[in-house]
Design a protein around this ligand. Sequence first.
Ligand code: XMP
Length: 493
Amino acid sequence: TILILDFGSQYSHLITRRIREFGVYCELLPCTQKISELSWKPTGIILSGSPYSVYDHDAPRVDPGVFELGVPVLGICYGLQEMTNYFGGKELTNESQVWMSHGDQVTAIPEGFRVIATTNTAPFAAMRHNEKSLFGIQFHPEVTHSVDGKQILKNFVLKICKASQNWTMQEFIGKEIDRIRKIVGEKGQVIGAVSGGVDSSVAAKLMHMAIGDRFHGILVDNGVMRHNECAQAKKMLVDKMGINLKIADASDRFLANLAGKTDPEQKRKVIGNTFIDVFEEEAKAIDDACAASGGQPIEFLLQGTLYPDVIESISFKGPSATIKTHHNVGGLKENMKLKLIEPLRELFKDEVRELGRLLGMDDELVWRHPFPGPGIAIRILGEVTKEQVAIARKADYIYIEEIKKAGLYRQIAQAYAALLPVKAVGVKGDKRTYEQMICLRAVETSDFMTADWFPFPYDVLKRISSRICNEVEGVNRVVYDVSSKPPATIELE
Ligand code: XMP
């Protein structure tokens, strides 16, 4: 395992991603991690870049343990500077910076090191120790702009650290199933919310493979899911995969609680709280049934947490400002006192997709666009009623169907149709209409933190618009949202 110590660079997770691509397992931990407190010995260590200057009074410091472990160390950018600093070299704060680096540059290498690469502006672009396996580079090999960056990382990981390439999804399945069995034991019971999305489906499938029907999935129909979504999820999860799944139809309850609510945050809270109530009631019913049949009470809760969330939560940078209250199962009440099991916590999204494929899931599910917990409710501005949901749902269905027909679904990171509750005048047949508007959204993004609107070919937009106006009752106009994130967000609320 390669250890990456994160000093707060925005590229740290990319280093992790690249190394996984070589088939080598690696973990990213905050730079505050003490080497002496690690429960495992890394094969090599990479020190990431950082927004700090090593001369900042509050700059993060490298744990000397890193250099005492006797394993190869590669310092990238700030990592190089920390290494220089630690071994007594000199740096200069320099505004005419080296490509990719912010501010600081090495001006004298420490004793025992030699320069192994220079550029016109950086006399010490890369250095290495004369005897020890210590390396530092000023540039960022993890970003794609560094043409040979991948090779440099690969050389370090495979040739210098001699890390083994045993990180494959096939191996992961076996290891994770063993791990789950160990945690849960022979008789333990696990519950988990399943949404029909790729993450929760993959997590549920792994649980089912590990402990069979002692995993109890609960799918809450909140009344604001997409067209046919529940039925499709059932077909996949129950009929095809054999997962022990309870579908709780709580649509009326959600819609009743949403009645009269128009404020976006209030709508999100209502949905989040109703979800927790329904989930807990279902969990209690399952728990009672387990007890009645002589089984153990439920002790564990499955969550489909992915690695980016783990990284975010342990990030050295600290929590970022809340823009919207995201809804997921994290908010379960304290009194449930369930222990978390997170089988996907080491995986990136594309690894989860690969896993889904290996586990026999349909392409349709594996490549599905993300769908937020509060569903269509945050895609209907203003009050959410059964009638409004029906309109938004139908328009969305047509929209996605046409995107798929045009072969554009995978190029788009996320697309949906929203309902704007403003009315405009139109004409249908010979009659005047006064009806609502559908707003189409489609974005390209790699991380969902920033996004660009998708440049649709006009003929596709034309087809979508005419189908929606013709087929969806109560709508006489279609508009396309041409806002990037920022300043807009991907969802409307
Ligand atoms: P925004 O609208 O913040 O969305 O640009 C970024 C991504 O997050 C998704 N999203 C959610 N996902 N629960 C979720 O599970 C939520 O409450 C939620 N709100 C937004 C959104 O669909 C997009 O992919």
